[in-house]
Design a protein around this ligand. Structure first.
Ligand code: DAH
Length: 443
């Protein structure tokens, strides 16, 4: 997850709509690629500038709202998590979804969370910007302050679509879904409020690392109580979600760094022999609580990726499937049930390479194009037909110093066989857009 420096219902359904009246997720008209124009997202008009890098395919995704379909595997998972928290912590967590605007400010997404100005996650090659100050949220943590300021609850589960410019392969997609959990406790009644039934003692906890420094404003005991509640809450959740798996499910807590929590961890679970990173979490920076009118509280937060968990629980091998409108996919899932995806026939792959010189002239040695820019072009031209894209060759001409790159695109449809001619047509479209957008010469 990008915010880590190392690597990069059931609950009270209070009327959150009141707070977010202006927001609904609707893209009306799109005029994305030019600057100095307006685009309309969520019934709001936004002025674009030279920072605008929204692609057409991304703008179309904002409308889809997968979490509105209760029989979609992501929604099933989201509801299972929400139900788990409601069952075990009655009325303590409020579910927030589909109400928060995916367009946030750089302040909300980064500054408010103490993500420093040079963090790679801020780069336009990683984040979709509308203009210098407005962007598509890259994580649900972007809503921490507005939700905390509402003071509607001491616990929240915020589910939303998040957007990141990323590579193309079976586990990466430029839109995915996260759930942010937040729990606050009164400082004055912390021991009582943070008590948690020890329902997870059978758990095999592999590595328990310290998780970084305790905040100077917290004493050791205060921090321990919050951390204990956080870990037990998440362990209980994982135990519930993975109950059909191994009896001796193993979890480990890896020390992590997030600017908005301290101490911080990443929680991993040993799933079929592989450690799987499930979520980042930690003790909320007190300054965030102080600034949102919660100075008398302490608390924890976590952020988990729904696709990653759904892929393992439902046995879904390719992240593109979540966006499939194919009945053979959608009809397999029913609200409240974790069922194993039965793959329907896989259609043949077709590989096409694209090679180019960076710079139109032999003397152009300083031109570069970021991988994520290439991936966005492929997404725009090929949509979900592109299963993955890899940089397979890169070299610098020994005499001119000019760089050459070659990308291999694997075209594979989830629902039909494509003729070579059709794939060629798409490949030509990719080339055309690349030539228009980048300073390159095709080889
Ligand atoms: N927002 C982080 C990400 O997307 C995940 C995260 C980490 C959320 C720690 C949290 C947290 O609330 O406490 O990488």
């Amino acid at each position: 997850m990008i915010m880590s420096v190392m690597k990069i219902r059931f609950s009270r359904r209070l009327n959150f709509n009141k707070l977010f009246l202006n927001f609904s997720t609707n893209v009306k008209s799109v005029n994305s690629s030019e600057s100095g124009h307006y685009i309309q997202i969520c019934n709001e008009k936004y002025k674009t500038d030279q920072f605008n890098n929204l692609s057409t395919s991304i703008l179309q995704k904002i409308n889809v709202k997968l979490l509105k379909n209760e029989n979609h595997p992501l929604t099933i998972l989201k509801s299972l998590i929400e139900d788990h928290f409601e069952k075990n912590f009655k009325n303590q967590y409020m579910a927030v979804d589909n109400l928060l605007n995916p367009v946030v400010t750089a302040k909300q997404n980064f500054d408010d969370l103490f993500i420093h100005k040079n963090h790679p996650g801020r780069a336009p090659t990683d984040t979709y910007y509308i203009n210098e100050n407005q962007l598509l949220r890259t994580h649900t943590s972007a809503h921490q302050r507005e939700v905390l300021s509402s003071k509607l609850s001491d616990g929240y589960l915020i589910s939303a679509d998040v957007y990141r410019r990323d590579e193309i392969d079976v586990s990466h997609y430029p839109v995915f879904h996260q759930m942010e959990g937040i729990k606050l406790f009164s400082k004055s009644n912390l021991t009582e409020e943070s008590k948690i039934q020890n329902s997870v003692t059978k758990f095999n906890i592999k590595e328990e690392k310290k998780g970084g420094p305790i905040q100077t404003c917290h004493d050791l005991n205060e921090c321990d109580l919050v951390v204990n509640n956080l870990k037990k809450s998440l362990e209980g959740l994982i135990k519930e979600l993975f109950k059909n798996e191994d009896e001796n499910l193993q979890i480990r807590w890896i020390e992590a760094f997030f600017p908005f929590t301290s101490p911080s961890w990443e929680m991993e679970v040993l799933f079929r022999g592989k450690w799987l990173e499930l979520c980042g979490c930690g003790v909320i920076q007190q300054e965030i609580l102080n600034k949102t009118g919660n100075g008398d509280k302490v608390g924890w937060a976590f952020g988990l990726g729904l696709e990653r968990i759904a892929m393992v629980l439902f046995n879904i091998p390719d992240i593109r499937l979540f966006w499939s409108q194919d009945e053979r996919f959608l009809s397999q899932f029913k609200k409240g049930q974790i069922t194993q995806f039965q793959s329907f026939s896989k259609y043949p792959s077709c590989y096409k390479d694209i090679s180019f010189w960076l710079g139109k002239n032999k003397s152009d040695t300083n031109v570069n194009v970021h991988d994520n820019e290439i991936f966005d072009v492929v997404r725009d031209a090929a949509g979900d037909l592109a299963e993955d894209v890899k940089l397979i060759d890169e070299f610098t001409h020994p005499k001119t110093g000019r760089k050459s790159k070659c990308y291999r695109i694997n075209y594979c449809s989830l629902n039909r066989t494509f003729t070579n001619a059709e794939v060629d047509e798409i490949q030509n479209k990719v080339k055309d857009i690349m030539l228009k957008r980048f300073d390159i010469e095709l080889r």
